[in-house]
Design a protein around this ligand. Structure first.
Ligand SMILES: [Zn+2]
Length: 411
């Protein structure tokens, strides 16, 4: 063994366990491992989870809050507009600096996987994408970064974007992005989705779209995405973020859509803190929470995950790139605070997100990559209550980060 984690607590198992790591992978899990290792860490009864997976984050926009005009009302249109004057001037160096800070924060918070969205449109052209491809290269040995070519201004309503997306895939983007609900007409939304599938199939890439990110019950691109996924045989390769409109549909229609999503193996990412800020902006009282039907989707067997989405950018002023914080927001906004629901919230930021991204060898089984968080508490509920970063973050069995909170009360 190269490393042994002693006295760890594992979800769903009684007692304390040791995890042995060899050549970057989990070699054995047992109570009282008799072997010795050059490096041994005492988890002191705290929980160990696989590292957090962030399946949706805009690393080209992060920290623009430091230089942009302030938001006035946080409508989607305003958030978009505030980005324009910055993305025409993006440079790779600028993106490497800002996104690098977000990656460091994420690593300290136990997140080693990032699906990063790069705006591709007629305003910023390929500047964001080139920056994030350079970022993927710069951090290759430390973090797993996927780059999504994302048409933030639509495809049909932003002429030239289709060609730019094609070029983005040629340059090496990992995932085809989409924003169908933002098109002017329903038939344009469907054409948008058709185009994304054509592109994804040509380059054999997965698809991740931002879908029906609105309170408007007439926004109905999610059902078309699910049916298209089935017809193209793309099950388990498609993710959709937000899907707020699903919460506004009547029960009968919502259940039809949720059943389609399950059959199509479409994963759904809810980013609840963003929706709390950006949605419900046209409501008087009562004001909606803006999230999709998270609990119903989960109970229906749809693969649900949660993501950071934004860090201090025009769409969201806060964000620590911290999936423990995201899971806590989810528990609040989705009414998921019972023990089994807290368990589910942690699936949303670990195994479910890993399934959406089709990460190989993810988990705590022997043979899995030893990308592990030794948390700063012994139960999931306490992790959410305390909101402390992992005591240790391991990548490939080696300590990548450590944190220790020091507080002193002089009384
Ligand atoms: Zn987003």
């Amino acid at each position: 063994m190269d490393t042994i984690l002693r006295n760890v607590r594992l979800r769903g198992r009684e007692g304390l366990w040791d995890i042995g790591i060899a050549e970057g992978r989990i070699a054995a899990t047992a109570q009282g491992l008799s072997e010795q290792a050059a490096s041994e860490l005492d988890a002191a009864g705290n929980l160990v989870l696989p590292t957090y997976v962030n399946g949706h984050i805009h690393l080209d926009k992060c920290f623009l809050q430091e230089r942009m005009r302030p938001n006035q009302d946080y409508t989607f249109g305003e958030c978009l507009e505030l980005t324009w004057e910055h993305k025409v001037r993006y440079t790779t160096e600028d993106i490497l600096e800002r996104a690098g800070r977000a990656i460091r924060e994420g690593l300290l918070n136990g997140m080693t996987v990032f699906r990063a969205f790069a705006d591709v449109d007629s305003t910023g052209k390929l500047r964001g994408l080139e920056g994030l491809l350079a970022l993927r290269e710069r951090w290759r040995d430390t973090a797993f970064i996927q780059v999504v070519a994302f048409p933030q201004e639509g495809i049909l309503r932003d002429p030239g974007t289709a060609e730019l997306l094609e070029e983005a895939m040629r340059l090496g983007a990992d995932v085809v992005g989409g924003l169908p609900w933002f098109e002017w007409l329903d038939e344009d939304a469907r054409a948008h989705i058709d185009f994304c599938f054509t592109l994804a199939k040509r380059y054999d890439r997965d698809i991740h779209m931002l879908v029906d990110d609105t309170d408007n019950p007439l926004s109905r691109s999610l059902e078309y995405l699910a049916v298209k996924t089935l017809r193209e045989g793309y099950q388990e390769r498609v993710s959709a973020s937000h899907c707020g409109a699903l919460a506004a549909y009547n029960e009968v229609h919502a259940h039809k859509v949720m059943e389609l999503l399950k059959q199509a193996g479409v994963s759904i990412s809810s980013n609840p803190h963003i929706s709390l800020v950006v949605q419900g902006r046209y409501d008087q009282e009562p004001m909606r929470r803006g999230i999709t039907r998270v609990k119903q989707l989960w109970q229906h067997g749809v693969n649900v995950f949660c993501s950071q989405d934004d860090v201090a950018d025009p769409f969201y002023p806060f964000g620590r790139n911290d999936q423990q914080e995201v899971a806590a927001y989810l528990c609040h906004t989705a009414h998921m605070a019972a023990p089994s629901e807290i368990e589910a919230a942690f699936d949303f930021v670990t195994s479910n997100a890993a399934r959406a991204l089709r990460l190989p060898d993810y988990g705590l089984e022997p043979g899995c990559q030893a990308n592990l968080n030794v948390l700063a508490a012994s139960s999931l509920r306490e992790v959410l209550r305390r909101q402390q970063p992992p005591r240790w973050v391991l990548r490939g069995g080696k300590v990548l980060a450590s944190s220790q909170l020091v507080q002193t009360l002089v009384y």
